[in-house]
Design a protein around this ligand. Structure first.
Ligand SMILES: C[S@@+](CC[C@H](N)C(=O)[O-])C[C@H]1O[C@@H](n2cnc3c(N)ncnc32)[C@H](O)[C@@H]1O
Length: 276
């Protein structure tokens, strides 16, 4: 059989083999929607915010307003990298306007750094990402075909705030780089081993007393693990540090609240938060 036909046949078989799983996931979504799962998720999140003295609704309203001003659209969790981390930052900014220095690991398109600068108007925002001429940078996050344009647009966005200081560096170099201390650190670079373990240890060293470290994409379990996007690494490292008395506790907030993002063991992802 010619090569093309074999490839096509392989594709069809793979597609068909995934159908039962898709039906199961859709069925679970349907059942959970019926049981008001959506409002349960929102209420649970509101309680978690209250637990650390944050007002989720006020935070969301503020993020909505600021997003409208700088991006011409409100907060929408299905938009790009938007997720509950922005709502946590928004509600935090209402009570912590005194924050002076914020570190973001993983700049991506610069939107979160710009938003942080508008939420924390007194703060310097230091944001770092891999050097844009490295293959690790170019080949990740589907940037291959347009990475020059991506970098240009990111830099244009970052230039919109004088509070932002952007550094091209691999985050593991924070171990040997004097950036000073921070009030808030957002760990959102590589999500798997070994990098995220190093990022967490560096963040705990660089955080001021009374500060907050937040981590993106914490998975309690994954079907397939890698060192950049999906891993249980941050969950395991947080538990290890807690069990050894190096942190008192940590909180996990659901990353997105839509039912389809919260099917147990399939799509659940969390934003971690540690208070110092
Ligand atoms: C999920 S995106 C960040 C999204 C952004 N923080 C937000 O909140 O919208 C991850 C970014 O981390 C960067 N990254 C991955 N590994 C890194 C590393 N070792 N050091 C610095 N940045 C890294 C990637 O290049 C990518 O741009």
């Amino acid at each position: 059989m010619p090569q093309k036909k074999i490839l096509l046949l392989g594709k069809i078989i793979r597609y068909l083999s995934r159908i039962p799983l898709r039906i199961l996931v859709k069925f679970k979504i349907f059942l959970k929607t019926k049981k008001n799962y959506q409002s349960e998720l929102i209420n649970e999140q509101r309680r978690l915010f209250l637990n650390i003295d944050l007002d989720r609704k006020a935070g969301k309203d503020l993020v909505n307003k600021v997003c409208g001003e700088i991006f011409n659209h409100g907060y929408d969790e299905s938009e790009g990298m938007f997720s509950e981390h922005l709502i946590i930052m928004g509600s935090l900014s209402i009570v912590k306007q005194k924050y002076k220095r914020i570190l973001e690991i993983g700049t991506y398109d610069g939107k979160s750094a710009l938003l942080l600068s508008k939420l924390f108007t007194q703060a310097e925002i230091v944001t770092i990402d891999l050097p844009s001429d490295t293959s690790d940078y170019v080949s990740s996050y589907h940037r291959e075909s347009y990475h020059k344009k991506f970098v240009e647009e990111r830099d244009n966005l970052l230039r919109k705030s004088e509070q932002i200081k952007f550094i091209e560096m691999n985050s593991v170099r924070l171990s040997d780089y004097d950036l000073g201390k921070f009030d808030l650190i957002w760990i959102d670079g590589a999500h798997g081993y070994p990098v995220v373990a190093i990022d967490i240890i560096n963040a705990f060293r660089l955080i001021k007393s009374g500060g907050i470290v937040m981590l993106d994409d914490v998975h309690k379990s994954v079907k397939k693990s890698d060192n950049l996007y999906s891993s249980v690494a941050s969950f395991e490292v947080l538990n290890l540090l807690k069990n050894n008395g190096l942190i008192d506790d940590y909180k996990l907030f659901r990353k997105r609240l839509g039912v389809k993002y919260n099917i147990k063991d399939y799509t659940e992802k969390f934003v971690g938060l540690v208070k110092f």
